[in-house]
Design a protein around this ligand. Structure first.
Ligand SMILES: *Cc1c(COP(=O)(O)O)cnc(C)c1O
Length: 385
């Protein structure tokens, strides 16, 4: 087997240094405190507020519980405007809160909720807007906030992809009433499983902390109908170690992204996303969009990569609004969501993670380029490496 014959997946989790993690575990074993907002949980929250440049953060067992709890904390009911172009947890969290998702189309370039189409979807039952910073690219917050303010709606960002993304030097996690993060193994920053809610004031943080721990305010005092959604000590200790290497991980992801973009830039029918002005990105995903000008269909290319042991993912396909759970909703009809549908039909996320070696980026690009048999492009490729 050649070295490049290994299976390459869309991502591979980066793990903390094992000896350091064993050191933290030894401390936990000594204290016997393995959960219930212990020392590591408190310390990780403290470090994250500084590291992310946010005021208050509350740690969760995973991102979905964080989102479900955020919706509870704001007391949302009725209808919430959201995007069909996301991971299923975005809409499912509404469903678990008995809220009807109202799908609005996305902008055709980055795939974020189209701020010009939100207002038309507002009804008397609308209580909030739930946009997603897809692939970590910031939504048009100023416009969305103006609409939310005008109609007295709450605003929650599903920022599961936006760990440490900044716009004009300010964390985009500060946008909205609340933002949620996911630290799942497949995300740019992981605590195995994990998540968080970011908020702006101490009172809201206190309420969220009650909600994630059964509503316990004291041994016999239960002040809210809470759930059990808190992060445990092992996850928190692991997360603290992960912070140390994050900047370096982003730098490696950036190098891979730039390499992909450079190599793919003249390939007819393949579109990559560009960096956004004044944004410091985390390079969490590398989506490409395959259109009719490419020699293969999106799915043919996806399977061709697979046949070559390259396991890209079609994030986000199918659209959430096409799932049987949601497709009967009036807002789920395709004529309402043409841009989202097109993106879902064109996207493949290529493998990207800090330890992905250049030999594989090169292999992946050559599989994509191969169809052209174009000497000039192959020469390009060899020069690049
Ligand atoms: C991963 C993800 C979630 C859910 O997070 P988990 O930690 O896996 O529960 C929610 N929304 C989006 C957009 C995601 O990508």
């Amino acid at each position: 087997m050649k070295e490049t014959d290994h299976k390459i997946f869309v991502t591979q989790p980066t793990l903390p240094n094992l000896d350091e993690f064993v050191g933290a575990l030894t401390q936990i074993w000594g204290s016997k405190r393995i959960t219930n907002i212990g020392q590591f949980h408190q310390e990780f929250e403290k470090q994250l507020t500084v590291y992310l440049g946010v005021k208050y953060i509350s740690l969760f067992a995973n991102g979905t519980l964080a989102l479900m709890t955020a919706i509870q904390a704001l007391g949302l009911v009725g209808e919430v405007i959201t995007t069909p172009y996301s991971f299923v947890a975005t809409a499912h969290s509404l469903w678990w809160n008995k809220i009807k998702p109202v799908f609005v189309d996305v902008d055709p370039v980055y795939g974020n909720l189209d701020s010009d189409k939100i207002e038309k979807a507002i009804t008397e039952k609308t209580t909030a807007i739930l946009p997603v910073h897809v692939y970590g690219n910031p939504c048009e917050h100023d416009k969305i906030k103006a609409i939310a303010d005008k109609h007295n709606l709450k605003l929650i960002y599903d920022a599961a992809h936006a760990f440490r993304v900044e716009e004009n030097g300010n964390s985009i996690l500060n946008y909205g009433d609340l933002s949620i993060l996911s630290f799942h193994a497949t995300k740019v920053f992981n605590t195995i499983e994990g998540g968080a809610i970011i908020c702006h004031d101490e009172q809201t943080k206190q309420q969220i902390d009650y909600l994630k721990n059964f509503g316990f305010a004291g041994e016999t005092s239960i002040v809210a109908p809470g759930i059990n959604a808190k992060m445990n000590e092992l996850q928190a200790a692991y997360g603290i170690l992960q912070l140390k290497a994050f900047k370096d991980h982003v730098k490696k992801r950036q190098e891979i992204s730039f390499k992909y973009r450079e190599l793919l830039k003249n390939i007819k029918g393949i579109r990559c996303l560009e960096d956004v002005d004044h944004v410091s990105h985390n390079y969490s995903y590398f989506p490409i969009f395959v259109d009719k000008n490419y020699l293969l269909t999106r799915d043919e290319l996806y399977h061709k990569l697979k046949d070559n042991n390259i396991f890209g993912r079609r994030y986000f396909y199918p659209l959430i609004s096409d799932l049987s759970i949601y497709k009967a909703l009036p807002s789920a009809k395709h004529s309402n969501l043409t841009k989202a549908k097109k993106m879902a039909e064109q996207v493949i996320c290529l493998p990207i993670y800090p330890e992905l070696e250049h030999i594989y980026t090169k292999k992946i690009v050559s599989i994509i380029i191969d169809n052209y048999n174009d000497k000039k492009l192959s020469t390009n490729l060899s020069h690049f490496y």
